[in-house]
Design a protein. Structure first.
Length: 284
């Protein structure tokens, strides 16, 4: 499977069925995300134990806080779009545990299919889309509750896998469940939670809109092919094409100048044309 930074994506046909009881091999990008989330959580716990009064300020500045975007406009805290996904609840360790377990299983699966670079891009993209799904309504409605956690990114990865291989079986509490069915269950829970929050007029403490945004991205990314896009490779390819075209243009210009020399002699060349020939000859 493709797991290196340079490997192209290897889209493999969906397996006929069956479950795999062995734990998946931890891939590079998933490992890095697990370590990053774990390290931030450890530091958060330490800060909370030493100076718990700082925690609300941390949530305001590093969590995804709609109030901060309203109050600080136009100098909005853009960094929150990235930092909120690495913060998790201090009072509820299950928050980070469930996110990391889900990331481990589905992250290794997806990374093994599309490669590390594309996987990390998909993870951060799902996190960003989830942030906008939460942030825009929060700003417009005057929301003051921050969103934290990797759930939006993790849900995006899970739905991307489910969209790629909807019939792939996974074990949920030792019960084989198709990925497509699992994704629909999570979608239903997310939509129900968002509807109940809207009906009650106050949040339940769960950022359902972040989850929904991540899930939407995971589905759309697969269906549109964005999941398999690699901007770094595209930029490298574009640069090589530009270099090739520039080299061809230089060669054509050299031919024109050589014909001019044959017809009129070296003295017919301008200073600029001589410098050009000198520069070309030094590259050969």
């Amino acid at each position: 499977m493709a797991t290196s930074w340079e490997d192209p994506p290897e889209y493999r046909p969906e397996p006929a069925g069956g479950t795999q009881l062995a734990l998946p091999r931890l891939t590079r990008g998933t490992r890095a995300l697990l370590i990053a989330n774990g390290a931030v959580f450890a530091v958060s716990v330490l800060v909370f134990l030493v100076a718990d009064k700082l925690w609300p300020d941390i949530l305001y500045w590093i969590g995804l806080q709609p109030a901060a975007w309203r109050e600080l406009a136009p100098f909005v805290p853009v960094w929150q779009l990235f930092t909120y996904g690495f913060l998790h609840s201090i009072q509820d360790p299950w928050h980070i545990l469930l996110n990391m377990v889900t990331l481990y299983f589905f992250g290794t699966m997806l990374e093994g299919m599309i490669g590390t670079r594309r996987f990390l891009l998909a993870y951060l993209s799902a996190q960003l889309v989830g942030a906008f799904f939460f942030l825009v309504p929060g700003i417009l409605s005057g929301g003051t509750t921050p969103a934290i956690g990797a759930s939006g990114a993790v849900y995006g990865i899970m739905v991307a896998m489910a969209t790629l291989r909807p019939r792939q079986l996974v074990l949920v509490f030792f019960i084989p469940v198709a990925l497509g069915v699992l994704a629909l269950v999570f979608l239903g829970i997310t939509l129900l939670g968002a509807a109940l929050d809207w009906k009650s007029g106050h949040g339940s403490g769960v950022a359902h809109l972040v989850h929904l945004g991540g899930m939407v991205y995971g589905f759309v990314a697969v269906k549109t092919g964005i999941l398999f896009a690699d901007p770094v490779t595209a930029l490298q390819r574009s640069r090589k094409i530009r270099e090739f075209e520039r080299h061809r243009e230089d060669e054509e210009k050299v031919d024109v100048l050589l014909d001019k020399i044959n017809r009129e002699g070296m003295s017919a060349l301008s200073k600029r044309e001589r410098e050009f020939l000198k520069r070309i000859s030094s590259r050969r």
